[in-house]
Design a protein. Structure first.
Length: 128
């Protein structure tokens, strides 16, 4: 017998809460009743007139998500010039130059070593 994990058909249907909320809002509008948002806005306006903006802030904060959607994040390309910093291309070129120089030095060292061991008088070659 399986235990735990996801079961097909289990749980609340994904759109049930949204459908119920929409039905309640629609029924309230059709019946002429005041919506919770209208209550918040009316309280905010009254408080703003009587006590000022600071006192109306809590009402405004609660009503804002229903009136104004959140701003979606956007992608931006930012280029920064840090003075003497090298670009990736310049660093790649410097790396390739260093690799070539190291290879050349290695080849020269191996050639000298091969020449030393191949000659008839090793002491004469080592002194030069």
């Amino acid at each position: 017998m399986p235990r735990g994990g996801k079961r097909i058909g289990a749980g609340r249907p994904s759109s049930s809460l949204a459908q119920r909320s929409q039905k309640i809002a629609k029924d309230a509008l059709e019946s002429g009743e005041i919506s919770p948002l209208e209550v918040l806005l009316e309280a905010m306006r009254k408080t703003y007139k009587e006590e000022g903006a600071a006192a109306a802030v809590p009402f405004a904060r609660d009503a804002a998500p229903y009136m104004h959607p959140k701003i979606a994040p956007t992608e931006q390309k930012i280029e920064v010039n840090l003075g003497g910093m090298k670009t990736i291309e310049e660093l790649d070129a410097m790396y390739e130059e260093a690799v070539q120089k190291t290879r050349k030095q290695k080849e020269e060292l191996l050639a000298r070593r091969a020449h030393m061991f191949a000659s008839d008088s090793p002491k004469a070659d080592r002194q030069t």
